[in-house]
Design a protein around this ligand. Structure first.
Ligand SMILES: NC(=O)c1ccc[n+]([C@@H]2O[C@H](COP(=O)([O-])OP(=O)(O)OC[C@H]3O[C@@H](n4cnc5c(N)ncnc54)[C@H](OP(=O)(O)O)[C@@H]3O)[C@@H](O)[C@H]2O)c1
Length: 287
């Protein structure tokens, strides 16, 4: 198998590559990056490295000329992400790759999502399914690694303020999702399957607060604030309006149970239990 990993310089892509290298030589792995320095670094390690952007159709086709499988790691939200994803799928189709894999999100119901960005994952899935390419979809849970972004290090003094009610999230560590994705790509046939990678339990911000309390010995309390109060708090702190909306939409989806689905796909594809919340937070907060 020869595989192209896009987003190879990212944290998720890095975890995929690390696991692929346990069984594959770098010469069978192609990578795509926009960064010249990273491109040379990959080349010096024996990868087939390509410089390119999801907006650059010629670069995409060049990177895919000799691969069977393309792993499309979803783009960030800076550009026209849907068009970028369509470009990658179209290039895969044109160059005749056997299989496209995509990093989607594990969300319960596309019809009731608040977060517009998340809807694009479902639209990308639709586009892939309509492309007639064989596919593997990885519906990844919210990264446990994102908790310190919601809840910064001052949490031990301030407590947690989020408008998520008692909504739960089936958090999983990003590196474990990457490892499991690589295992599927190396060991499973590409036959239009969807994997839902989650942790083994869904946790609320109350659970996060309890785990941080136990780990630090300092009492951390979760305050489930109303959306309007949260909005005022964020604006007073100078958080830009667009960002405030994004954070609120994330929280509303959590509150509405979008992120809480637990499956054993991740455990099965890792071959061990995924890291639980307390153990993960211990590392993420370096406690
Ligand atoms: N499940 C979750 O909780 C969660 C949370 C946040 C994000 N995500 C999604 O998961 C993706 C991967 O996560 P991550 O943590 O690995 O992100 P990351 O560390 O920021 O890496 C993003 C990767 O995407 C590549 N990329 C972005 N835009 C691109 C473009 N226009 N053309 C080519 N490459 C592009 C970057 O490549 P270069 O910079 O090298 O070109 C980089 O390697 C994110 O991009 C996002 O869509 C999921």
């Amino acid at each position: 198998m020869r595989i192209l990993v896009t987003g190879a310089t990212g944290i998720l892509g890095g975890a995929v590559i690390k696991q692929l290298l346990t069984e594959m030589p770098s010469s069978q792995i192609a990578v795509l990056t926009r960064k010249e320095g990273k491109h040379s670094e990959f080349q010096s390690k024996g990868f087939n490295a390509y410089l390119g952007d999801y907006d650059d159709i010629i670069a995409l086709e060049k990177a895919m000329w000799d691969v069977d499988t393309v792993l499309l790691i979803s783009a960030g939200d800076e550009g026209d992400r849907m068009q970028q994803h369509r470009n990658v799928v179209d290039a895969a189709k044109k160059t005749g790759v056997d299989c496209i894999a995509y990093t989607s999100r594990s969300l319960r119901d596309r019809k009731t999502l608040s977060n517009e960005l998340m809807k694009e994952h479902f639209l990308t899935e639709d586009y892939i399914k309509e492309s007639s390419l064989k596919y593997t979809i990885f519906r990844n849970a919210l990264y446990m690694d994102s908790i310190p972004l919601f809840v910064d290090k001052q949490v031990f003094e301030t407590g947690i303020f989020q408008p998520a009610g008692d909504g739960k999230v089936a958090y999983a560590l990003r590196k474990e999702q990457g490892e499991a994705m690589a295992n599927v790509l190396m060991h499973e046939k590409c036959e239009n399957k969807t994997y839902q990678f989650s942790g083994n339990e869904a946790c609320s911000f109350d659970d996060v607060a309890s785990a941080l309390t136990e780990l630090s010995g300092k009492k951390v309390k979760y305050h489930a604030v109303e959306t309007s109060a949260f909005e005022t708090m964020m604006k007073e702190r100078g958080v830009p309006e667009g960002m405030v909306k994004k954070i609120i939409d994330f929280n509303l989806d959590i509150k509405n149970g979008q992120e809480s689905e637990v499956t054993d796909d991740l455990e099965n594809k890792l071959g061990r239990k995924p890291t639980a919340l307390k153990e993960g937070l211990n590392v993420l907060f370096t406690l």
